[in-house]
Design a protein around this ligand. Structure first.
Ligand code: CP
Length: 313
């Protein structure tokens, strides 16, 4: 049987990405549709989350599915030593689809290989966050009118930030120019730079973050320094506030510039940016609902045609 899991965005073709964006657009027009009536969605969060879990659960609820799951592995039998495989096998008995966030890189891939039901990777360690990428792409498309030929600046923790790794891979279809702005300690890992070279993705690297560096940006994608991934907290303290976006830095930026951030933010975007029309991170999080409705439907075998037909009922 075909494995419909979403483990990494790298598995999606350009056509598939554009198709999912079309589906997200349909859901934005009308989020409440009972198209998943009778389905059960499990959300297994072995790591903390606000947006990803709640938007997946909202997506499921608005589509008529039921939701089961946990937000803290300490209250599950994994705290008694149950393996991930056994947990996944058990939950597969109860649910039609498993949305899982795990602290181990590769956990989603492993789960997709052992589970009889599809797995959606809601973040595996510092590796990938494909559903975030779908909402990021939807946000970019909505604000720029295209995904093609954009200047995309990724700022902050490019080493541990899984959202930037996924975004980079998805953008290979759209001829971007990436600008990586990070301190030495948090530079984009070599494997992703090799990926760029293999896929003819243009990129430049900087350590300075100032008005001049970002003057040509279409998308400024800020990221949080991922405290939970550091083994040396002294190192975290050294780099945590190295880049802070302030409103006055945006004065001479392009009119079409939009600021994205997967959130949560800690200190990397000053609050005075929130009122700037170029700030888009809260709308971006809202777009997560529509993008995740599209992902749930697609993974469960519901097509865009099914969604459009349902709208006419
Ligand atoms: N963007 C994101 O993954 O947010 P949460 O950690 O709150 O789910």
């Amino acid at each position: 049987m075909e494995n419909r899991s979403l483990v990494t965005i790298a598995e999606h073709s350009k056509e598939k990405i554009l198709y999912l964006l079309e589906m997200a657009k349909e859901f934005e027009k009308k989020p409440n549709r009972k198209i998943l009536d009778g389905k059960v969605v499990a959300t297994l969060f072995f790591e903390p989350s606000t947006r990803t879990r709640l938007s997946f659960e909202t997506a499921a609820n608005r589509l008529g599915a039921r939701v089961i799951g946990f937000t803290d592995p300490k209250v599950t039998s994994s705290s008694k030593g149950e393996t991930l495989k056994d947990t996944i096998m058990m939950v597969s008995n109860y649910a039609d689809i498993i949305v899982m966030r795990h602290f181990l890189e590769g956990a989603a891939r492993y789960a997709s290989e052992v589970a009889p039901v599809p797995i959606v990777n809601a973040g595996d360690g510092a590796n990938q966050h494909p559903s975030q990428t779908m909402l990021d792409l939807y946000s970019i498309y909505k604000t720029q009118g295209t995904l093609e030929n954009l200047n995309i600046y990724l700022v902050g923790d490019l080493k541990y930030g899984r959202t930037v790794h996924s975004l980079l891979m998805a953008m290979r279809h759209f001829n971007p120019t990436f600008h990586f702005i990070a301190p030495e300690e948090l530079k984009m890992p070599e494997e992703y730079k090799i990926y760029c070279k293999e896929h003819h993705i243009k990129y430049k690297e900087y350590t300075d973050f100032n008005e001049e560096t970002i003057a040509d940006a279409d998308i400024l994608y800020m990221t949080r320094v991922q405290r939970e991934r550091f083994t040396d907290l002294m190192e975290y303290e050294r780099v945590k506030d190295v880049y802070i976006l302030r409103n006055k830095m945006l004065e001479h930026t392009r009119p079409n510039l939009r600021i994205l951030h997967p959130l949560p933010r800690v200190n990397e975007i000053a609050y005075d940016v929130d009122e700037n029309p170029k700030a888009y991170y809260f709308q971006q999080a809202q777009n997560g609902l529509y993008a995740r409705q599209a992902i749930l439907c697609d993974v469960l075998g519901i097509t865009l045609d099914d969604v459009i037909k349902d709208a006419k009922k």
